[in-house]
Write a protein that binds this ligand. Sequence first.
Ligand code: DMJ
Length: 402
Amino acid sequence: MWILGLKEEFEEAKTWVATELTFSKNVDVNLFESTIRILGGLLSTYHLTGDTLFLDKAKDIGSRLMPAFNTPSKIPYSDVNIGKGTAHPPRWTSDSTVAEVTSIQLEFRELTRLTQDPRYQAAVAEVMTQVHKLDGKLDGLVPMFINTNNGQFTHQGIYTLGARADSYYEYLLKQWIQGGKKENQLLEDYLQAIEGVKKNLLQKSSPNGLTFVGEVSHGQFSPKMDHLVCFLPGTLALGAHNGLPDDHMDLAKQLMETCYQMYAQMETGLSPEIVHFNMHQGSNRDIDVKLADRHNLLRPETVESLFYLYRFTKDHKYQDWGFEILQNFNKYTKVSSGGYTSINNVRDPDYTSPRDKMESFFLGETLKYLYLLFSDDPNLISLDQYVFNTEAHPLPIWPSTA
Ligand code: DMJ
């Protein structure tokens, strides 16, 4: 609301935060989701407005999430009771998700900088140090699960840039940027991972030669790509903007085209959750969608990447693609009583099968990135001053102390 200039609505929401938002509740929350959405949102709003109400609330939720790190390995549990101060893994396992434990760092590091309490940063830095040293990576690519008792990767052998691993890669680069590009280990792990992507996961589809990022499962390549992977063009472009190799930008542009095609080639012009690319000579279409994968959850990754690509290249085709996507969200997911909904089927314009569910990331990310994509003001959340957390909440790049 603040970024979009909705000042009246913002004041109303602020009153709600001041009078209604309380975290002393006997409720289990997910550490990752609460960090990126609530802690990240509060920290960001504090920076944009300068209002200490939001910092106080950020400190409150941040400290209530800390019991998650009390594990034998110091790799955090997935769930915390923010009222009782107890934490636990999901009922069926003692594993946590790799993307979840490695995508809370921007927020807790910032909380330490603002509060001067070193415990937040120390807890999340310990996770990065351990993950850096672990065996079981494939050329810098990480498995999807990590055990909270022994700190080792589990269910090894599957490598993806999609669900459960995605934002590990995003936060390597973004922590390096947040900290003023000094933490070399983060940069090295990021660069190695991108080489790992090129070597193991990158292929071209048939007949049109779209570059895509597949998965490796126990040594076998699978041409499966989650919509979640579409964060990667934006992240690669951000890296190139920060001095990383030019070929990262070339790859960003190729993958951006592919992510756009995941929308454009569907009957509704909206991407499904997962696609499979054809690699056989003579296939007549590049993209297949399995019945179970035809849903669209209003996810942000493609429009997020379009925003980065437009900011850095000024090529208007990225705005045009984003506008097409927005029009299709309006056509197929807008609800007459207000709001938008996830749909079950992007392949049938006459039977999209609405779910009656709108994820908060549609407002926090998808619409915010579309707004920023259509703005021609490079200073509206300058990418040289801010780094977006994985829920699209801008946090400041730390001022240089040198
Ligand atoms: C968001 O919560 C974040 O962007 C996360 O990194 C991935 N999943 C959703 C959006 O798709």
